[in-house]
Design a protein around this ligand. Structure first.
Ligand SMILES: O=C(O)c1ccccc1NCC(=O)[C@H](O)[C@H](O)COP(=O)(O)O
Length: 270
């Protein structure tokens, strides 16, 4: 039986084929070269997590698991609200069919702040990596559950060619082991199973201990309270990717400050 991730992959491959047919590669590469330089996504997270938490705050209108999350949706205003609240980086969903995202949201959010931005989308083809840079992305996501080893290496190489960082996303031990030959220093542990939508912070509790020490851990999804961050910090996660729980708040700046409000101690807990 096909899962949501299978369905996303199927329509994404068709969408990429359409986009490639509509835009010559040379034109896309010109746009990528003309984009403002990458802002150092991984560097920002390393710096923030040296003394506290690194927060990737997500601009997310809707999702397959929750439907519409935020009706009052203004990406530049949300980007500014996150920046004022202390976010380290932004994640912007650009996928339309499942998340009501749009490429223009990334462009507008990045232009509104100085924060490095992740293009949160489903990438299978190096063409999409070049497109991400042309849109201004500072980082791309590679979802190990949805690509082969060869595809992951190819996407990573393309991102490095454009000076972008890469967040490698895993959900189980087998996917984590597949990251070993890859070069990116950031491992995102997604607490959400993208096939079943089940969310448990135990995913981070179990996998974080197995991540090599030279990689930066980002715990993703299902984070609602400062206590969640403090708890996962004890397992070695100092960086977090949070969408829904912040997007549901009227005052996004206050919510961002609040979730970051339990700072780390020297022992790594709060
Ligand atoms: O959010 C979903 O329902 C979803 C379904 C299928 C594939 C991906 C999905 N989400 C992408 C994400 O990983 C999250 O947007 C991100 O980690 C933030 O999660 P949350 O804080 O729970 O909104």
């Amino acid at each position: 039986m096909s899962t949501i991730l299978d369905r996303i992959k199927a329509y994404k491959l068709e969408d990429v084929a359409r986009r490639k047919a509509a835009r010559p590669l040379a034109d896309l590469e010109d746009a990528a070269r003309a984009a403002t330089p990458p802002r150092g996504f991984a560097r920002a997270l390393h710096e923030a997590s040296a003394t506290g938490y690194g927060l990737i705050a997500e601009i997310k209108k809707a999702s397959p698991s929750k439907g519409l999350i935020r009706a009052d949706f203004d990406p530049p205003a949300l980007a500014k609200a996150y920046e004022a609240g202390g976010a380290t980086c932004l994640s912007v969903l650009t996928d339309a069919p499942s998340f009501q995202g749009d490429d223009s949201f990334l462009v507008a959010a990045r232009a509104a702040t100085r924060l490095p931005c992740l293009r949160k989308d489903f990438l299978y083809d190096p063409w999409q990596v070049t497109e991400s840079r042309a849109l201004g992305a500072d980082c791309i996501l590679i979802i190990l559950a949805s690509v082969s080893d060869a595809q992951a290496a190819e996407l990573e190489d393309a991102a490095r060619t454009w000076g972008m960082d890469v967040l490698l996303e895993v959900h189980d031990q087998a996917e984590l082991e597949r990251c070993v030959p890859l070069k990116s220093g950031m491992i995102g542990i997604n607490n959400r199973n993208l096939h079943t939508f089940e969310v448990t912070l135990d995913t981070t509790r179990v996998l974080a201990r197995q991540v090599p020490e030279d990689r930066l851990i980002v715990s993703e999804s299902g984070l609602y309270a400062p206590e969640d961050l403090a708890d996962l910090a004890r397992y070695g996660a100092r960086c977090f990717l949070i969408g829904e729980s912040l997007m549901r708040q009227a005052d996004v700046t206050a919510a961002t400050r609040a979730i970051l409000s339990r700072p780390l101690t020297a022992q790594g807990g709060a």
